[in-house]
Design a protein around this ligand. Structure first.
Ligand SMILES: Cc1cc2nc3c(=O)[nH]c(=O)nc-3n(C[C@H](O)[C@H](O)[C@H](O)COP(=O)(O)OP(=O)(O)OC[C@H]3O[C@@H](n4cnc5c(N)ncnc54)[C@H](O)[C@@H]3O)c2cc1C
Length: 437
């Protein structure tokens, strides 16, 4: 008889894995070990709970634990932290309220996610310090905000979670300073595109770039410090057991999400899946890939057959009134990779020129040898999110600039000019390519 399938972590990847495993094998014993008191909730919604857009933290929970236990017959154990992995014995050492116990497995899926990097930022005594990584974090921070004791806050880090957090705190009437060590916001964008976001952020909150947080905190003594300084893969347990790691220390997996340890699969933020544009593994910790890699890992671990087609690095974020989106490679990323690339920039419109509400939409298209589409970045008050997905599809299909220019995209005055901004940028890229040919 096939023994237990154990999943480490009850986040997006873990619960997707467990549910997929149940579909692949209706009879298998499936155990999920989750270190916190919550499972299956939307981490991505945490900033919106802080701001009050999502008033009730419980509504971030996709399904309550009872759903998994009763409807899917998944043994979901909360407050159960895996502390070590014994691959030879196929056992996980698990810390619970009752001490450390051993849980045997036949197949193991590691979905331990990411951990916030916590740089050694000296924070003045008595200042509340938070991160935004778990539901518990958000509930605690929300309670502090609700208490009315926070008038000033410093958000350390101007990546997308830092900017979402700054927006949330600003919405709660807090005077916010964002402090970033690097010289720009959102370093996952090329500098000229990020500069547009930076300008917009400065309209709403104070932004200190190229600045060490320590002295600022010492001088300002804000009521609250929120550390949003990035995420590292929480790959420690599997790595300590000998699993191979790659970019950023994330676990290396094949297209079935198999690690190089026998009987061990992995998925979500703790892995570096195949990046289709780079042609190699990459650490791109985002929600859709966590769900999908989890599903693939769970299916295969339960004896089914599934493959993951890879990521192209598609992301979108709301920054105050802006939609900011990217997919594929930035020009800087392409060049760092040794890929010859060019960027074509246009500022078009989100709607027909005459239609009320038309706003500028900036598009940067990155293209390489032979006009191959390598990526895009879009910034505007509307229209970026819809269009980044078209470019993501183009990347999956391996389209070039001519293909992009030939796409039959939807048009109506409230949604787009008759030449969609993507067609405009593709045509501009064609002209540029013709000039250099
Ligand atoms: C504030 C915020 C906003 C975000 N917004 C977006 C967005 O808008 N779009 C987007 O695409 N992505 C977004 N993300 C990223 C996205 O949420 C993650 O990519 C996704 O949640 C990863 O899922 P996961 O299951 O791999 O990891 P997690 O969701 O982190 O789940 C891992 C789970 O494993 C548990 N765990 C860890 N170690 C152990 C252990 N040793 N034993 C037992 N359990 C353990 C953890 O407690 C956790 O519950 C956001 C993330 C954050 C924090």
């Amino acid at each position: 008889m096939t023994g237990a399938l154990v999943v480490l972590g009850g986040g997006a990847a873990g619960m997707s894995a467990a549910s997929a495993a149940r579909r692949a094998d209706p009879d298998r014993e499936i155990v999920v070990l989750e270190s916190t008191g919550h499972a299956a909730y939307g981490l991505c919604g945490l900033p919106y709970h802080l701001s009050g857009v999502v008033p009730d933290a419980e509504s971030l929970v996709s399904y309550p634990p009872a759903f998994f236990r009763e409807r899917r017959r998944i043994d979901l154990r909360l407050h159960a932290e895996a502390v070590a992995l014994d691959v030879a014995r196929r056992e996980v050492h698990v810390r619970t309220a009752g001490g450390v116990e051993r849980v045997g497995y036949t197949d193991l899926v590691v979905t331990t996610g990411g951990t916030p990097s916590r740089p050694p930022v000296p924070v003045p005594d008595g200042t509340a310090v938070h991160t935004v990584r778990t539901l518990e974090d958000a509930v605690a921070l929300r309670a502090l905000l609700d208490s009315g004791r926070v008038r000033t806050a410093a958000v350390v880090g101007a990546g997308y979670i830092g900017l979402e957090t700054a927006e949330a705190l600003h919405a709660r009437g807090v005077r916010v300073t964002v402090v970033e060590r690097l010289d720009g916001v959102l370093t996952t964008l090329d500098e000229p595109v990020a500069a547009r976001v930076e300008e917009h952020v400065r309209v709403h909150v104070e932004l200190l770039l190229g600045t060490d947080a320590g002295p600022v905190l010492a001088e300002r003594r804000p009521d609250l410090v929120v550390l949003c300084t990035g995420v590292r893969p929480a790959a420690g347990i599997a790595a300590a057991a000998g699993a191979a790691t790659g970019p950023g220390g994330a676990l290396l997996v094949d297209d079935r999400m198999r690690t190089d340890l026998p009987g061990v699969w992995a998925a979500g933020d703790c892995v570096a899946p195949h990046h289709r544009v780079l042609g190699r593994p990459a650490f791109v910790p985002l929600g859709p890939a966590a769900n999908r890699t989890g599903r693939v890992a769970g299916t295969n671990a339960a004896g089914g057959d599934a493959r993951f087609g890879g990521v192209v690095g598609t992301a979108v974020v709301k920054v105050f009134d802006l939609e900011v989106a990217r997919t594929g490679l930035t020009l800087a990323e392409a060049r760092a990779e040794g890929v010859a690339a060019t960027a074509t920039d246009v500022t078009s419109r989100s709607r027909a020129k005459y239609y009320p509400g038309a706003v500028p939409l900036h598009v940067r298209l990155v293209h390489g040898a032979g006009g191959r589409v390598l990526g895009a970045q879009l910034v505007g008050r509307e229209g970026a999110a819809k269009r980044v997905d078209v470019v993501a599809a183009a990347l999956h299909a391996g389209l070039d600039v001519d293909d992009l220019a030939a796409l039959d995209l939807a048009y109506a005055p409230p949604y787009s000019p008759v030449y969609d901004p993507l067609l405009v940028v593709a045509q501009a890229a064609q002209r540029e390519l013709a000039r250099v040919a």
